[in-house]
Design a protein around this ligand. Structure first.
Ligand code: PEP
Ligand code: MN
Length: 363
């Protein structure tokens, strides 16, 4: 699937952007004091560019803290004036968009529970027609890349070019160590579908706890993601939502200092040279692999003709199991992962059956 989006790169609209983009702030705005104290400490770190705070909180169950509402917009204005941080809030309907725009919020974000609903996303997109404001779109709760892509398309078609995708992990039935399983292949796939699209990671909602944040942050950067969003509260213990996953500004500072910034490309000529040599080796091995597969398929075709002449069926399960067992055993001795060999053999076997079926059906 290709995703055609008309994108303005981050560096064209974020002041002094050198990457990665760091966004921090509480899950929810709770009081003026909590917002101002958190923002002041975050600003002192000199690493955060955008201050986040939810003021309309989508809660799974009713009667939980549902956000302070539009009074929080006044506090965000104050944050911007006093600290110079840009501000961002979650919007889930046209009314939220209207109020956030009126209050001069710098960036809007669409939450995971909203991205799942094309009606809601379209309502937001329509409210944004003719407006020039950056919009971040979180992945939908469940791992369906098309819904994520569709939401980005809807917002883009409303004329928003300053788009960012936010990877915040996915709900999974299986119990994992994460609150929301990262399924890294999905944001990677999104990037492949549209390489201009900035993709950032929200490790807080992936982890659901603070002791696992660093490896997830590092992994996101190692995958060349464009930024991180981290829930940060002046006193996480008393937070009214997502208390377990929020760090305080000091902890945020430590985490950001621990990050190792690797480069997508190296400027070291010796490294480049060595890498180039290894890549030449890989290229040659891939040609050998392809040649071996082509030779194998030629023999498969011969077997197909032979079976046809002798009225023998294509599929002989006994032979297939023998192949599977002997090859996985041999592969293990060679240090190859069993699941990998099995998957590869299954693909080769499927193709062999296709080739032999073609031979059988030839008149
Ligand atoms: C949030 O960022 O606080 C939030 C509600 O996140 P998500 O939409 O990813 O659950
Ligand atoms: Mn949250």
């Amino acid at each position: 699937m290709k995703l055609e989006l008309d994108i303005s790169p981050l560096k064209t609209w974020l002041p002094n952007y050198t990457g990665p983009l760091i966004i921090a702030g509480p899950c929810g705005a709770e009081s003026r004091e909590q917002i101002m104290n958190t923002a002041r400490e975050i600003a002192k770190l000199n690493k955060v560019v955008v201050f986040r705070a939810g003021i309309w909180k989508p809660r799974t169950r009713p009667n939980a803290f549902e956000g302070v509402g539009s009074v929080g917009l006044e506090w965000l204005k104050e944050v911007k004036q006093e600290t110079g941080l840009l501000t961002t809030v979650e919007v889930a309907n046209a009314q939220h968009v209207k109020l956030a725009l009126k209050a001069d919020v710098d960036i809007l974000w669409i939450g995971a529970r909203t991205t799942v609903s094309p009606f809601a996303v379209q309502e937001i997109a329509s409210a944004l027609a003719g407006v020039d404001i950056p919009v971040m779109v979180k992945n939908p709760i469940h791992p369906e890349i098309k819904l994520w892509a569709g939401a980005l398309e809807r917002i883009n078609q409303a004329g928003i070019k300053k788009l960012v995708a936010v990877h915040r992990g996915f709900y999974s039935y299986e119990k994992t160590i994460y609150r929301n399983s990262p399924a890294w292949n999905i944001p990677i796939e999104l990037k492949i579908m549209c390489k201009e699209l900035p993709v950032i990671c929200d490790p807080s909602h992936i982890c659901g706890r603070t002791d696992m944040l660093l490896p997830v942050m590092q992994k996101a950067l190692d995958l060349n993601m464009d930024g991180l969003m981290l829930e940060t509260h002046i006193n996480p213990k008393v937070a009214l939502s997502d208390a377990e996953q929020q760090v305080n500004p000091e902890q945020l500072g430590h985490l950001l200092n621990e990050l190792i910034q690797r480069n997508a490309n190296s400027n070291n000529p010796e490294f480049e040279n060595q890498l180039q040599e290894l890549r030449i080796e890989i290229d040659a091995i891939d040609i050998q692999l392809l040649q071996a597969l082509s030779n194998r398929m030629a023999v498969v075709e011969k077997i197909g003709e032979y079976k046809k002449d002798n009225q023998v069926t294509i599929l002989q399960l006994g032979r297939w199991y023998e192949i599977l067992n002997t090859r996985t055993h041999k592969g293990e001795i060679m240090g190859l992962n069993t699941d990998f060999i099995k998957g590869l053999l299954e693909l080769v076997h499927k193709e062999s059956i296709r080739v032999q079926t073609k031979v059988m059906n030839k008149i």
